[in-house]
Design a protein around this ligand. Structure first.
Ligand code: 13P
Ligand code: ZN
Length: 286
């Protein structure tokens, strides 16, 4: 199928009572793993490419591959710029054919976040590209240390969320409710009461970043309270590293060790993605 935008896929998720996983693509191996999983689970899927990963991939090579492979699938796929930090990255993504962008203004003060997000919406809307933005700050540092923790001072405020949505015209809002990028320090504690308030105030599709390390029960409750997109990366990265380490420890060297390792990594990453699709409830909804 041709790519769809985020608004389209999230509206269906809202009606169906499930969340769509947004999985980060860092190369062709991850791209194939994610799309294979979507096909096997008959699940809609969001391909995330994060600006922090730009140094590791060539956008001009990976995007045509993503568009072509997604086009062959029977399920709906979104190509989303994950954590776009600069206006340049947003323009580059839209020009290359992304159907959705996330603008991450979490490091800005409220007024500046509103201002810059509104500029992004003004650029994207006429081009049919959806916009997700962040208010408050998800814990951990994308592209930083592996263990992150959320700062309650920076949780999303429901009142501000109402104003932010009204002033910016975004399509989806990423919330900070105790969720964190990377591995959680101790057991994660999501503030579900706050999530309920944000949903009530914002009245639009909500996004949960930092999906790795959360439990099936966390996902179930989050979806009940308006989460329709869940971002997930660290769990895939850990599965890839574990698999590569296992392969490297095997004895006799063989001619095809490296291609075999890449294939094993792809299968391991695909298995993790399939597992998440089942947990998010998007399996079978393609
Ligand atoms: P995790 O790596 O913690 O799963 O978070 C992914 C994410 O939020 C990408 O935007
Ligand atoms: Zn994120």
């Amino acid at each position: 199928m041709t790519l769809v935008n985020l608004k389209t896929i999230l509206e269906k998720a809202r009606r169906g009572g499930y969340a769509v996983g947004a999985f980060n693509v860092i190369d062709l191996t991850f791209l194939e793993a994610i799309l294979d999983a979507a096909q096997k689970q008959n699940s809609p899927v969001i391909l995330n490419i994060a600006e922090v990963h730009f140094p590791f991939l060539t956008l001009e090579n990976i995007v045509p591959a993503a568009v072509m492979l997604a086009g062959r699938l029977p399920v709906e796929t979104v190509l989303n710029l994950d954590h776009g930090l600069t206006i340049e990255a947003i323009h580059r993504a839209v020009d290359l054919g992304f159907t959705s962008v996330m603008f991450d203004g979490s490091h800005l003060d409220f007024a500046e976040n509103v201002h810059q997000t509104r500029e992004v919406v003004r650029y994207c809307r006429p081009r049919g590209v959806s916009v997700e933005a962040e208010l408050g700050a998800v814990g951990g540092e994308e592209g930083g240390g592996l263990v992150g923790s959320a700062d309650p001072e920076r949780y999303t405020d429901a009142g501000q969320a109402r104003e932010f949505v009204r002033k910016t015209g975004i399509d989806a809002l990423a919330v900070a409710i105790g969720n964190s990028h990377g591995k959680y320090k101790g057991a994660p504690h999501l503030d579900f009461e706050r999530l309920a308030d944000i949903r009530e105030a914002a009245g639009l599709p909500l996004v949960l970043h930092g999906g790795s390390g959360l439990s099936a029960e966390d996902f179930r409750r989050a979806v009940l309270l308006g989460i329709v997109k869940i971002n997930f990366f660290t769990g895939m990265s850990q599965a890839a590293i574990r698999t590569a380490q296992d392969c490297l420890q095997q004895g006799d060297e063989r001619y095809n060790d490296y291609p075999a390792m890449v294939r094993s990594v792809r299968n391991a990453v695909g298995a993790v993605v399939e597992e998440q699709m089942i947990l998010f409830g998007s399996a079978g909804q393609g």
